[in-house]
Design a protein around this ligand. Structure first.
Ligand code: ADP
Ligand code: ADP
Ligand code: MG
Length: 498
């Protein structure tokens, strides 16, 4: 039995994992970097250990240091969360080697599915539909050009080791091929330490629909239905929902079974996600498998009533799944908005700084998974996600209406964020009707359409005005003058970004 878990992660996902552990009576250990000393996951854990400097490489990615802490504090298991070491086969292997349970699949499954080409080869025997393209890494340019022409432009050059939407290049005609390929290779080398790239047909207007799977150590594998994740920027998800509004029960069953087969192909254990692209004729194609808990897992939890982290822990300690495929059903509808510290008025570029004010929405059907409090700084070193706002309703309409209400109730000032963008999407006809794809932002989004100015600006205008009135009615002091000039310059900064 697992009695103590070290969570090798930070922020909202570390907290989310610890909450489930706590409900199961399991003790928790947090690790943190020097930048995260005051973080909520550090406060929540039973024990917490600093593992190094702010950069991920100096802290959250230090395999041996994390294992040393785990051994010192006698933890039984490590939960890697998502990002960081979650898809690092060496980490899983080293943990098992020192006698600590890795809460996730085997190192072999991670290794296989971490490589998009190897994954495609592994599932080939299961009759899984795939996007046309090359089956092996491109080594010969002439050969690759020939294949690109056969597949038909536009094509996508993708890094086999890619992730997080990085390492992809669209090539629209043969003349650009060589240059784009060289760029793709060098990007892949610097981002993933692996220059292997391959060709996939570029599907013009696909939906991204993925299936959650769960397997135990006794050979049982089920799927927990799908998530629709087509609202993306930079090939990375911002809004997700479950279930998808386009799948029929028959197609859901078929894709679910297909995902289970992908999991079987790599002897999958634990929670994983099989990603598909779905075209306008509802043909679906296997894209990749993510061998970890996914950022958007809460929408699946809301519609199935399961706690995926608890399921992961139970599987890791050898329990059999307590349900069969036929026991599972979808109830209601859930939507998630990733609240990123990014400026939707300026190309979704990351914005950092202090959460000057921060008030979470509440009430029926609202779940906020976050890792910050008012007054905290969002560090520049890590992923800029502030929170995940999840709403749940009896049906899609209710979940969307709740999301709009929750966004209105959410107060974040001091940092640009994706709340107003989320509201834009929720109110947009294409999203409401369910008729949208991964080109949503490109097709419909324009920052000028955001309904309200950033809350920060209103607050700062008020501050400037208050300071001005104060100045004109009271004798000047250095403090007020300083405060005024800071506000004014911030205010100008925001104006210029509109
Ligand atoms: P999901 O598919 O679960 O939504 P994302 O692609 O948004 O996952 O990534 C989840 C987290 O992991 C993010 O913090 C992202 O920055 C990080 N991430 C995922 N893959 C990689 C990768 N290959 N390299 C670096 N970071 C990654
Ligand atoms: P990552 O490992 O970075 O998550 P994926 O292969 O899962 O990479 O692709 C991420 C996103 O990129 C998809 O959700 C989709 O929007 C886009 N994409 C990937 N492959 C294709 C393709 N062949 N055609 C069109 N879009 C694609
Ligand atoms: Mg993906």
């Amino acid at each position: 039995m697992i009695k103590k878990i070290l969570v090798a992660n930070r922020g909202e996902i570390a907290l989310r994992v610890m909450r489930s552990a706590k409900e199961m009576g399991i003790k928790t250990v947090a690790i943190f970097s020097e930048a995260d000393r005051g973080a909520l996951h550090v406060q929540f854990a039973d024990e917490a250990v600093c593992v190094g400097g702010p950069k991920s490489a100096d802290s959250y990615l230090r395999i041996e240091k994390i294992l040393e802490v785990s051994l010192d504090l006698q933890v039984d298991a490590i939960h890697p969360g998502y990002g960081f070491l979650s898809e690092n086969a060496l980490f899983a292997q080293r943990a098992e080697a020192v006698g600590i349970t890795f809460i996730g699949p085997s190192p072999a499954s991670i290794d296989l599915m971490g490589n998009k080409l190897a994954a495609k080869a592994a599932v080939a025997n299961y009759n899984i539909p795939m996007v046309p393209g090359t089956k092996e890494a491109i080594t010969n340019i002439t050969e690759a050009k020939k294949i690109a022409q056969e597949v038909g432009f536009p094509i996508l050059i993708k890094a086999s080791a890619g992730g997080g939407g990085k390492g992809m290049r669209i090539v629209t005609d043969l003349g650009d091929f060589e240059e784009q390929m060289q760029l793709a290779v060098s990007e892949a080398v610097s981002a993933f330490g692996d220059g292997a790239v391959f060709i996939e047909k570029y599907i013009g207007s696909p939906r991204h629909i993925e299936v959650q799977v769960l397997g135990d150590k006794h050979g049982n594998i089920v799927h927990l239905f799908e998530r629709e994740c087509s609202i993306q920027r930079r090939h990375q998800k911002v809004i997700e929902e479950a279930p998808s509004s386009v799948l029929t029960p028959a197609l859901r069953e078929e894709m679910g079974q297909c995902a289970v087969n992908v999991a079987k192909a790599c002897n999958y254990i634990g929670a994983g996600t099989v990603e598909f692209l779905v075209d306008e004729n509802l043909n679906y194609y296997f894209l990749e498998m993510n061998t970890r808990l996914q950022v958007e897992h809460p929408v699946t939890e809301q519609i199935t009533g399961l706690d995926l982290v608890k399921e992961q822990i139970k599987v890791a300690q050898g329990e059999s799944l307590s349900f069969k495929q036929g026991d599972l059903k979808i109830e209601g509808h859930a939507v998630e908005l990733r609240v990123y510290a990014e400026d939707p008025r300026n190309n979704f570029l990351p914005d950092i700084g202090k959460l000057v004010s921060y008030k979470r929405p509440q009430g029926p059907g609202v779940r906020v998974d976050d890792g910050f409090e008012e007054g905290m700084e969002i560090p520049i070193y890590y992923d800029p996600m502030i929170a995940k706002l999840v709403t749940f309703g009896q049906n899609r309409q209710e979940a969307i209406d709740r999301m709009i209400r929750a966004i209105d109730e959410y107060e974040i000032t001091g940092i640009e964020n994706t709340l107003a963008f989320g509201k834009f999407v929720m109110q947009h006809e294409a999203f409401r009707s369910g008729n949208f794809d991964t080109k949503f932002i490109q097709n419909y989004y324009n920052p000028e359409l955001l309904s309200s100015p950033p809350a920060q600006e209103e607050a700062e205008v008020a501050a400037v005005l208050a300071a001005f009135l104060y100045k004109t009615t009271k004798p000047k002091t250095t403090t007020t003058f300083a405060a005024t000039s800071v506000s004014t310059s911030n205010w100008k900064k925001n104006r210029s970004q509109l």
